[in-house]
Design a protein around this ligand. Structure first.
Ligand code: BGC
Ligand code: BGC
Length: 847
């Protein structure tokens, strides 16, 4: 039954090469693949093993290039989401892609849009863009466009349901299996897969399947998800690569739709025993993996390479050959070419130290700073405490400013721990494979020292979280810095096992804030709190304290942290960040379905039911009338805005169904069945095989006899293509605009500022579907409101603008589990809301 938490088989894998846009690339790929030997084909599908090449597989990073030098440490995904600025999202993607291109990297392992953000304490939410499918989808698509404009391939990850780190896989957590994220069909479509659909629309080259199981089948062999949803329904033409050792089977993953095994190792790290490689060669020979499937894997990968014109790449480095010109494993110029092998005697120039950071007006630090500033959210600002003035006067002598907290300072430097796996000094990134080695990190204190003229202002720093009251008594202004850290599952640090244990500030932060607020200026001073965090922080005990005059939520700002903070603190730019998630009053307020499962129910498979999926984040607060501290989409500005009019133009009549799925005119490549002789796949004579290196060659002919193999249940069942498919991201008719909205916004204040105009939709009440053949009807539940579009506008004081946005058929449809299609309710009225946050929506119209 679709919609229950049951694996539904979907075979065989739809062949790549059915889209007009990829037609030429597939034609070229076919020419090449046709000439390949079996071993050459297998070689394309399987990595060479952990640390066997210069990249991590080919290197990665949602925030920059991991393990490289002369690159940038950009603001994290979550900070980028908090800008709500499409242009900046794409600029960051472009800069990331440029750096990869200059370093000779073919595929970037980002952006991340899963975790979707179901669990506020989840360790990896910061790599993605915020707890809403539309915000994730827009940011992911813009990032992908930016990256791929350089001819570098982007990877949409992690497909799908990697919402918590505990038990994401077995080997890291020492458990028999990974957990199963259980996702119902409707939440899959309306929430979790939504940003992946947007990524396919943005023409993403690669998708990475995640570590855990989904509905009790590993994500990298889940045929319903890869074959059914991704390749049939969403029309994905690129290739699916496994997360690092997320592949848990050989034959099953192949027929389940996986196209590339990364980093090529099998069930264990670096033991030289692959699931594919020589095993895939054997499987193709004995016919347990159909040759058609292997051909499709290879064709998809080679087509992507042509599609991004990587066949004609100019070498980026002066002496380069077009391959990677840096090593992930050493900072020395000369190093091992095959680090991971015990036979690693081959040496060479592995680091050419190509400076990829851009120069002059193209310096990537500019966009990094811009995003960090616009990704800072002003949550509280009594009597316009902020922006601060650079000229301060005090009745008696100098104006006195105190800077408090370890988080304001440099600590032991930004790269003190591998993969940023500890919380020390100022927090500018979460930890894990999504982190980079910072080229530099401007701490807040570094920037604050020079912020005021020394003649009129005395600034002192106390870079500790234990501040004595006497160090606070004399101050006019206290800036207190606090944080909350976490990250990816392979690092545990400071009592945090990747996922956070709670939503409180860490390292005594709550007490620090309370103490500063109480004693600053003997109770008369003004305290400004600055938070750096990987996600929401509960602030009930201090947010309303009278001493706290302003709060800035600076997220994870990257290398330009201090500079960007000055831009906002002093009002050189408006405070224009908006929350990419809800800040609740307690962790429990996010709902029972939003809690990390910390205990493993040995020996059974941990079941994590994401059945609250439709009610992620603000949707849960709205449904159960729970008052958050600060709602999704919220953020103050230094000016004020007025929303005066909302009008709609109907571009199409309401109709229940999208158009019929278009049939593709483009034929996927077909290959003649050439049966190569098994002996052709043996190691070539005289070949020196490095230990642990993953090769496509066979050592013996054992097991190569063709046989008849029982394919999994459902394999020979004919699959009907989904009615919701037929184009990139799904049926093209889903993406046709139905409505155009015009929203009149005025800057009613005295400063230039930016506002994020947000559009939410409430579905009609009393929507019901027939149950079976009878007359009884089943009513369809909806969230109160869902975000469907947004636009950031810059307005001069007094200026009025008409902001235009559209809504598509998909925006106004729900996923009908019964019909297995998107349905637009034609009876009853939609309410379309516009305003400044998910709870501040002054304008509404009916449709
Ligand atoms: C992460 C991926 C990453 C890969 C390679 C894995 O642990 O889950 O997101 O791309 O490592 O570094
Ligand atoms: C590697 C990561 C990998 C992780 C998986 C680490 O040792 O550096 O790239 O994703 O292990 O557990």
């Amino acid at each position: 039954v679709v919609g229950e938490f049951q694996p539904v088989p979907w075979y065989p894998t739809p062949l790549g090469g059915t889209s007009e846009l990829w037609k030429e690339s597939y034609a070229k790929a076919q020419e090449m693949v046709r000439e390949m030997t079996l071993a050459e084909k297998v070689n394309v599908t399987t990595g060479t093993g952990w640390q066997m090449g210069l990249c991590v597989g080919n290197t990665d990073g949602p925030l920059g290039l991991r393990y490289a030098q002369n690159i940038s440490g950009f603001p994290a995904g979550i900070t980028t989401g908090a800008t709500w600025n499409r242009e900046l999202m794409q600029m960051r993607g472009f800069a990331l892609g440029k750096e990869a291109r200059l370093k000779g990297v073919n595929v970037i392992l980002g952006p991340s849009m899963g975790p979707l953000g179901m669990m506020p304490a989840g360790g990896r939410n910061w790599e993605a863009f915020g707890s809403d499918p539309v915000l994730q989808g827009v940011a992911a698509a813009e990032t992908i466009r930016g990256i791929q404009r350089n001819g570098v391939m982007a990877t949409a990850k992690h497909f799908i349901g990697n919402e918590q780190e505990h038990f994401r896989q077995s080997f890291e957590w020492g458990t028999p299996t990974a957990l199963s994220s259980n996702i119902d069909d409707r939440a899959l479509h309306e929430v979790f897969a939504w940003p992946f659909a947007e990524s396919v629309r943005a023409d993403v080259a690669s998708v990475m399947c995640s570590y855990q199981m989904v509905n009790n089948s590993y994500a990298c062999e889940n045929s319903k998800l890869i074959n059914g949803i991704l390749k049939d329904e969403l029309g994905f033409q690129g290739f699916v690569q496994s997360d690092w050792l997320a592949q848990r089977s050989g034959v099953h993953s192949a027929i389940g739709g996986l196209d590339m095994s990364m980093p090529g190792d099998g069930l264990h790290w670096a033991d030289g025993v692959p699931l594919w490689g020589s095993e895939l060669t054997r499987a193709a020979l004995n016919m347990s993996v159909p040759m058609e499937r292997l051909n499709d894997m290879v064709t998809r990968i080679v087509a992507a390479w042509y599609h991004f014109r990587q066949d004609s790449w100019e070498p980026p480095a002066p002496e380069g050959d077009g391959g990677p010109n840096f090593s992930s494993w050493t900072k020395d110029r000369v190093g091992h070419l095959h680090q991971g092998s015990p036979d690693n005697d081959a040496m060479g120039v592995v680091n050419k130290f190509v400076d990829a950071q851009g120069t002059g007006e193209h310096a990537h630090s500019i966009v990094a700073r811009h995003i960090a500033a616009e990704g800072t959210v002003l949550l509280k600002n009594i009597n316009n405490t902020l922006p601060l003035s650079r000229v301060q006067t005090a009745p008696y002598g100098k104006y006195r400013v105190g800077v408090y907290g370890e988080d304001a300072g440099p600590g032991q430097g930004p790269n003190a721990c591998a993969d940023r796996g500890c919380n020390q000094g100022t927090l500018a990134s979460g930890w894990g494979s999504g982190a980079v080695d910072f080229p530099y990190l401007i701490s807040p204190w570094e920037a604050l020292q020079y912020a005021w003229s020394k003649d009129s202002v005395d600034v002192k720093a106390y870079l500790t979280n234990n501040v004595a009251p006497q160090d606070l008594e004399e101050q006019d202004l206290c800036l207190v810095f606090v944080n909350a850290d976490g990250g990816e599952g392979f690092i545990r640090s400071g009592g945090i096992d990747a996922d956070r244990n709670d939503l409180f500030l860490q390292k005594n932060g709550t007490q620090l804030v309370e103490g500063v607020a109480k004693h600053c200026g003997g109770g008369q001073g003004k305290t400004v709190v600055i938070v750096h965090a990987i996600g929401p922080v509960v602030m009930e005990s201090w947010i309303d304290l009278p001493g706290i005059h302003a709060v800035l939520y600076a997220n994870l700002p990257g290398q330009e942290s201090g500079n960007a903070l000055m831009d906002v603190l002093f009002g050189d730019v408006d405070a224009s960040g908006r929350l990419p998630y809800t800040i609740g009053r307690r962790l429990e307020d996010y709902g029972p379905g939003a809690q990390v499962l910390y205990e493993h129910p040995d020996p059974s498979i941990p079941q994590v039911d994401l059945d609250q999926g439709l009610y992620v984040d603000y949707r849960y607060f709205d449904k159960f009338n729970i008052t958050p501290r600060f709602e999704f989409g919220f953020g103050l500005s230094y000016t004020t805005f007025d929303y005066s009019a909302l009008s709609i133009e109907k571009l199409q009549k309401k109709s229940q169904w999208p158009s019929k799925r278009p049939t593709s005119e483009v034929e996927p490549p077909a290959y003649d069945d050439v049966h190569s002789s098994p002996t052709d796949s043996l190691f070539p004579p005289g070949f020196r095989a490095l230990r642990k290196y993953i090769y496509p060659y066979l050592a013996t002919l054992e097991g190569t006899e063709p046989g008849t193999y029982p394919y999994p249940e459902g394999y020979n069942k004919h699959q009907n293509p989904s009615a919701a498919g037929g184009g990139p991201g799904g049926n093209p008719s889903l993406y046709e605009p139905m409505l155009e909205l015009t929203i009149e916004v005025t800057n009613t204040g005295t400063r230039t500022g930016q506002d994020v105009v947000q559009v939410y939709v409430s579905f009609p009440e009393d929507v019901a579907e027939h149950r079976g053949l009878g007359w009884s009807r089943e009513s369809i539940e909806f969230p109160e409101r869902v975000l469907r579009n947004f636009s950031k506008v810059l307005l001069q004081p007094g200026e009025t603008r008409n902001v235009k946005m559209t809504l598509t058929r998909k925006d106004l449809s729900y996923w009908s589990v019964r019909a297995q299609n998107w349905v637009l309710p034609t009876e009853g009225k939609f309410r379309i809301w516009a305003g400044r946050s998910s709870r501040d929506l002054p304008l509404v119209v009916e449709f």
